[in-house]
Design a protein around this ligand. Structure first.
Ligand code: SF4
Length: 737
């Protein structure tokens, strides 16, 4: 047995090292965790995405395992009182009773579930099943809605499938031209820059579109700095220039796509000079970008949150997809369009049932055939499965209202900090009859809960994650959870059993729940062999992640994100497996679209899209654009990284970045406390002056809570297709506080 294979799940073997991956972002850097007996160390590990590199977040990730603020006992709130420690039985009884009471009084949909893009595939799958089978509610969604959904929707309507990168990350290093739109990997995913360094070494060209001079933009050969909210117009202008200059790949368009003519007519009106007036990007830079993309023998266009987190996010991504298709990039070696996923399991978390409209395998919940297949795996009648719910913001904004859910179970998310218009969402959470939060630290959302359930951390349980490339990876446990802590899977299993037992003889029992049955003949041992057999699992809610994964494989079989051929053994042998992988003995799919697209006729689809203003425009009262983002040493809502000493020292608090010219006009000096006010609320933080930002725009990172919470200010307008909120632009005024 190799050192790598040792894990806490193997009886009789003392765990010392675990080859695993960082708990944070979607790069899922490979690392070794070493338990020396006194402390847990992080060691670098060669893996294709990070090539031995880690960022500061990864290096310090183990600090939270024994953190003094770690939750190790459930907490209960007496009505109107403080949270107090409680035993598991009392806590789970409170949750089960609360759910039964709410559902008996207000119906199944009165209980909602909110998941997270950091949950493993097994947990995301189990959570979706728990909502549909144990709770029988249609209301489940997750915070990945706020990360990836616009690119996901644009990818599905253009290519027929949503896989963030349809090629391995290493392909970036081979692209002659690389265009990054609203992406700042130098701060969000530093080891990814190794691939960009490769690209530069081979003579490649890096072009960045970003309203700020970010750490990534500083490394670019060309930086386009548009007004926030004008990326779509910039993309249409690039295609306009490509058409004018004969750069469109006519043979590719004719052979592999549909709908180009309408897009051609649409972009004909996007004269570069007009787009320069709208966006501030000089015509010469637009032309240079179009030429660099259109004349290169290989070119890649990548979007990220800067382009996607808008009320027109799907259309903005579609504009860049149109450009990529017109240039014949998707499916060409070393070329393509892709999206940089943010959260650790943002990809896998959106494939297996956490989304309101989705069943495992990226199936649609309103597709009768998909319902029949998944219901067969779950051992329920397809008619018992609820229909689609609503996207994350709509769900949270409906909580406690007359037509909305009255109870919410939160797993791995902190919407008090991460939701747009966060003060309003906080009020909604406060108005619930029951709020339950499963977490390992007392996040701002957990602090509001009626019941807090302490759950295991990443180094304490096995499972799988799917990284930004669509590569399924193994997360390996170094050691078991501390006493008093349970896994999320154990929490769901216990709760499902209590709900089932409590429902006997009540009106809710008419929803029969899952019907356990013996594993069907030919069913493989958990985690290995073929995923054949579509019958229900032996336990309705298994607690062993291997068993859950074996069930996930069956549930995903035949779906767009087909994991049927992925086993834990194969992941370990091959350094991950790219989906779709339908056959245990067949190949996986590192590169999509080489010959065809997974659409009904095998062709990709153009979608004509037009620029429109942001949902909220600047005006005399709110004359500045406000945009948000991340910093290198913090991650998402900061629940974890704000508690790591080294990260807190590196990034101790929020700030408001503004141009010195603007600061001058406002009478603000560097370090002065400023107040940023929008129609929804305000934030206060020290000013940080930078010439790297436009003088009509201010920026704040969104990792902090309290008075410095950026999402007190952001707009809750959402994209009509994806449900993505407009985090990236709203109108504000700034004054010295
Ligand atoms: Fe790698 Fe992301 Fe972890 Fe940093 S946070 S070490 S880039 S996976």
């Amino acid at each position: 047995m190799t050192e790598r294979a040792r894990s806490a799940t193997q009886p009789g073997v003392a765990p010392r090292d675990a080859e695993t991956h960082c708990p944070y972002c979607a790069l899922q850097c490979g690392m070794v965790l070493r338990d020396t007996g006194e402390r847990v160390e992080v060691l670098p590990r060669q893996f294709p995405t990070n090539r031995g590199g880690l960022c500061q977040k990864g290096w310090t990730a183990a600090e939270l395992l024994d953190h003094p603020e770690r939750l190790t006992t459930p907490l209960l709130r007496e009505p109107g009182g403080e949270l107090r420690p409680a035993g598991w039985d009392e806590a789970m009884a409170r949750v089960a009773t609360g759910i039964r009471t709410v559902q008996a009084g207000h119906g199944r949909d009165a209980v909602a579930v909110f998941g997270g893009g950091g949950l493993t595939n097994e947990k995301a799958y189990a959570l979706g099943k728990f909502a549909r089978v144990a709770l029988r509610t249609r209301h489940i969604d997750y915070n990945g809605r706020w990360c990836m959904s616009s690119a996901a929707a644009a990818g599905i309507r253009a290519f027929g499938v949503d896989r963030g990168l349809p090629f391995p990350l290493a392909d970036l290093g081979r692209a002659r031209t690389l265009l990054l739109v609203g992406a700042n990997p130098a701060e969000t995913m530093p080891p990814l820059m190794r691939h960009l360094a490769d690209q530069r070494q081979r003579g490649g060209r890096l072009i960045v579109i970003d309203p700020r001079v970010t750490a990534t933009a500083r490394q670019a050969d060309l930086h386009l700095q548009p007004l926030p909210g004008t990326d779509l117009a910039v993309a249409n202008a690039l295609l306009h220039i490509a058409l004018t200059e004969g750069l469109v790949d006519r043979a590719y368009v004719a052979a592999r796509t549909e709908g180009f003519e309408e897009v051609r007519r649409t972009v004909a009106g996007y004269w570069p000079a007009e787009v320069e007036r709208l966006s501030g990007v000089p015509v010469a830079d637009l032309e240079a970008t179009a030429r660099a993309l259109g004349t290169a023998d290989s070119a890649i266009i990548l979007t990220a949150r800067g382009a996607e987190q808008h009320a027109k996010g799907v259309d903005t991504v579609s504009a860049f997809v149109n450009l990529a298709l017109a240039l014949g990039l998707p499916g060409r070696p070393g070329s393509g369009y892709g999206c940089l996923t943010g959260q650790g399991n943002g990809q896998g978390g959106r494939e297996h049932g956490q989304k309101a409209d989705q069943l495992p395998g990226y199936r649609r919940i309103d597709d009768p055939a998909a319902r029949a297949h998944v219901a067969g795996v779950w051992g329920v009648d397809p008619d018992e499965l609820p229909g689609p719910g609503v996207p994350a913001y709509r769900l949270l904004d409906s909580l406690g209202t007359p037509d909305g859910p009255r109870a919410l179970l939160v797993f791995g998310s902190n919407p008090v900090v991460s939701a747009p218009r966060a003060a309003r969402i906080t009020d909604r959470l406060r108005g619930l009859d029951l709020l339950v939060v499963a977490d390992f630290l007392l996040s701002e959302t957990a602090a509001l809960a009626d019941v807090v359930l302490p759950v295991a951390q990443w180094a304490e349980e096995d499972g799988t994650m799917t990284n930004l490339e669509g590569r399924v990876l193994r997360r390996r446990a170094l050691r078991p959870p501390p006493p008093g802590v349970r896994t999320d899977l154990a929490v769901l299993a216990d709760l499902a059993a209590r709900l089932e037992a409590g429902a006997q003889g009540t009106p809710l029992a008419q929803g029969k729940g899952p019907r356990p049955s013996p594993r069907p003949a030919g069913e493989p041992a958990a985690g290995g062999g073929a995923a054949a057999g579509h019958g229900p699992a032996a336990e309705p809610f298994p607690t062993d992640p291997r068993v859950v994964f074996a069930e996930l494989r069956r549930a995903s079989a035949g779906g767009p994100a087909d994991y049927a051929g992925v086993s834990w053994e194969r992941i370990e042998r091959d350094e991950g497996v790219f989906w779709p992988c339908p056959d245990p003995d067949g190949p996986d799919t590192p590169r999509l679209f080489a010959d065809t697209f997974p659409t009904p006729d095998g062709r990709a689809r153009f979608h004509p899209v037009t620029h429109r203003p942001a949902a909220e425009e600047v005006c005399a009262e709110y004359p500045l654009h406000f945009t948000t983002g991340r910093v290198l040493a913090q991650y998402q809502s900061g629940t974890q990284t704000r508690r790591v000493d080294a990260l807190r020292r590196a990034a101790p608090g929020a700030f408001v970045e503004l141009h010195p010219d603007l600061a001058d006009r406002l009478g603000v000096a560097d370090g002065d406390e400023v107040r940023v006010t929008s129609r929804r609320g305000e934030l206060r933080a020290p000013a940080r002056l930078s010439t790297g930002i436009r003088s009509d725009t201010v920026f704040a990172p969104f990792h902090w809570a309290g008075a410095a919470r950026a999402n007190s200010v952001t707009n809750d307008a959402v994209d009509p297709i994806s449900g993505m909120p407009e985090f990236k632009i709203c109108a504000v005024r700034v004054e010295k506080a």
